[in-house]
Unconditional design. Structure first.
Length: 559
């Protein structure tokens, strides 16, 4: 944590932690302003955590969240008012500090400070506000007829899908000028978080620096996307810079909507409430599992779609297995609170899962959607909508609760011209993954609207499909690669055994191995070894490097 002074009244910083607050107080800061919305990043503490630490340290705290790249005049006015109202000096933070610096710049301009002074102050602090000057000069609008940079291919998102498709595309077209847009410093192997929550992996083994993974000769623009201008082949970045492209690939992942459950953000990581969907909370899951000797454990699943639909019950099975091995299972009441009406969407895998439900004594509470949590009271409230029954609300006590948060398309996608009208996902052709309306745009990963499972395994297969079809388009051909909807969900039913669910569009089974190697409809040791020992290095050393092991794209057959 390294605050950068912009004025006598303000310094800005990247994301801070609760443990930083006492140090800020000792440096003389008297107020904290949070400009980052809760739930924006997988490793991000909530504002309430920061505010609690601020209260303990005698600091005031104010929450002024701004979506990345969406700094409005109203936001700037509110920021200026906060600086006037709060005791100073204040420390403002967001993901990188850029939003906070932008807010100060616009507020200072509104007060009549000359633009050169604003630019000099922010530049001295390490923030380039040239884009703000242009925005002010253009009446708040960012011109997209010319760009700050132009590339053959621009990829939005540096997660599993983004880096994999960049590597696969470079393998086919090594001379392309490619840029990846992503503000994150750290790249996470999210499939490993289930194993962290089960005490099998250490959290740090699932994280690597983004810079170490960006393919050689691919430009990394460390900035978030604010908006798309597809009619001008332009992407507007946080800070109002403009990147132009010939072809665009969109794969920023999805949004974990923690705020959709009342009281959840205030109690995450404490009061027995955890989630393997956040890097910093998966270790807490294992702490809770080890510490629980008797009582009630709830495992929730929200309405679809979610990333890795089996993850909520994976946590449940690994927890049940630990309690079974420790001899305390009989004293623990396990409930699977599922907003849907089935245990798993592909019926071929259900019999094997039902045997473990019986083994662990799990109560299946279907059509139960988590809507509120009272952490200190250890109660969870569910909206129950069973078929042909009147909706009702039930409140359940718990000693431990693993929450899978509701999930949506990111805000900057939902409001963009790329989104579908139904739910705001990127609108694609489900076979070619080309955009339904813009011929030079493709999408893959969790953000697009093809009816497949949102898993890293799906992205592993989608990346070569998109890379091949983009290469075909560059060569003047129609797309030759098709995506069959493949997705995989290794269901960790006990330590040492996995039900390896592999399927495509319409629930068709798409096994990667012969039955004598791995029968995916049964729990096997071989599938566990695949998940534990083989898939992590395949992810880091093959998928992210464009080596398409078991992922060669299916080609269009000549008619």
């Amino acid at each position: 944590m390294d605050p950068k002074k912009i004025s006598d009244a303000l310094a800005v910083a990247p994301q801070i932690s609760a443990s930083d607050v006492a140090d800020l107080a000792s440096q003389g800061y008297r107020a904290i302003i949070c400009n980052r919305p809760d739930g924006e990043g997988a490793d991000q503490p909530t504002f309430e955590e920061i505010a609690a630490a601020a209260r303990d340290a005698g600091l005031e705290a104010r929450y002024l969240p701004v979506q990345t790249g969406k700094v409005s005049n109203e936001d700037a006015d509110a920021f200026g008012a906060a600086l006037r109202d709060l005791p100073g000096p204040a420390l403002a933070y967001c993901r990188s500090g850029t939003r906070s610096a932008t807010l100060w710049s616009l507020a200072a301009a509104a007060e009549g400070r000359p633009v050169p002074e604003i630019l000099a102050a922010t530049q001295a602090a390490g923030y380039d506000m040239a884009g703000v000057a242009r925005r002010i000069a253009n009446g708040g609008k960012t011109p997209t007829d010319t760009g700050d940079a132009t590339f053959d291919v621009v990829i939005v998102g540096g997660g599993a899908a983004g880096i994999a498709v960049a590597s696969s595309l470079r393998a086919r077209k090594p001379d392309l000028d490619i840029a990846i847009l992503d503000p994150a410093d750290v790249h996470y192997y999210q499939p490993g978080w289930t194993m962290v929550g089960g005490g099998i992996f250490e959290a740090q083994t699932t994280a690597r620096t983004m810079g170490s993974l960006i393919p050689k000769d691919v430009h990394w623009i460390k900035s978030a996307v604010a908006a798309f201008e597809p009619d001008n082949n332009a992407v507007v970045l946080d800070g109002c810079r403009v990147v132009k492209y010939d072809r665009l690939i969109v794969c920023p992942g999805l949004k974990l909507d923690w705020h959709a459950v009342e009281g959840l953000v205030e109690t995450l990581g404490r009061n027995g409430v955890t989630s393997n969907y956040r890097y910093d909370l998966a270790p807490y899951t294992w702490e809770l599992v080890k510490g629980l000797k008797r009582g009630r454990a709830l495992f929730t699943q929200p309405p679809m779609p979610i990333k890795c639909a089996g993850a909520p019950q994976k946590a449940m099975y690994l927890s049940g297995d630990h309690w079974h091995r420790e001899g305390v299972l009989g004293d623990i009441d396990i409930h699977f609170m599922n907003a849907g009406g089935v245990l798993f969407g592909i019926k071929d895998y259900v019999p094997a899962l039902e045997k473990y439900v019986e083994k662990y004594g799990v109560s299946l509470d279907f059509f139960h959607n988590l809507v509120a949590v009272d952490g200190p009271a250890k109660t969870a409230t569910f909206e129950v909508k069973k078929p042909e029954s009147a909706p009702e609300t039930v409140t359940v006590e718990f000693d431990m609760m693993h929450v899978c948060p509701p999930q949506t398309a990111p805000d900057f996608i939902r409001v963009s011209p790329l989104a579908d009208a139904a739910a705001g996902w990127v609108d694609v052709d489900q076979s070619t993954l080309r955009h339904a309306r813009y011929d030079n745009i493709w999408s893959l990963g969790d953000v697009m609207n093809a009816p497949n499972a949102k898993t890293a395994a799906a992205a592993r297969v989608q990346a070569p499909v998109v890379a091949q079809n983009v290469a075909d388009d560059i060569d003047g051909r129609s797309p030759t690669a098709i995506y069959n909807g493949y997705g995989s969900c290794p269901l960790t039913v006990e330590r040492g055994k996995i039900v390896l669910a592999e399927f495509g569009y319409g629930g068709a089974l798409l096994p990667s191995f012969p039955k004598w190697v791995i029968d995916g409809t049964k729990p096997t040791r071989a599938a566990w070894l695949l998940k534990e020992q083989i898939l992590p290095p395949v992810y880091w050393k093959a998928m992210l490097r464009g080596r398409e092991w078991l992922a060669k794209p299916e080609r269009v057959k000549a008619g």
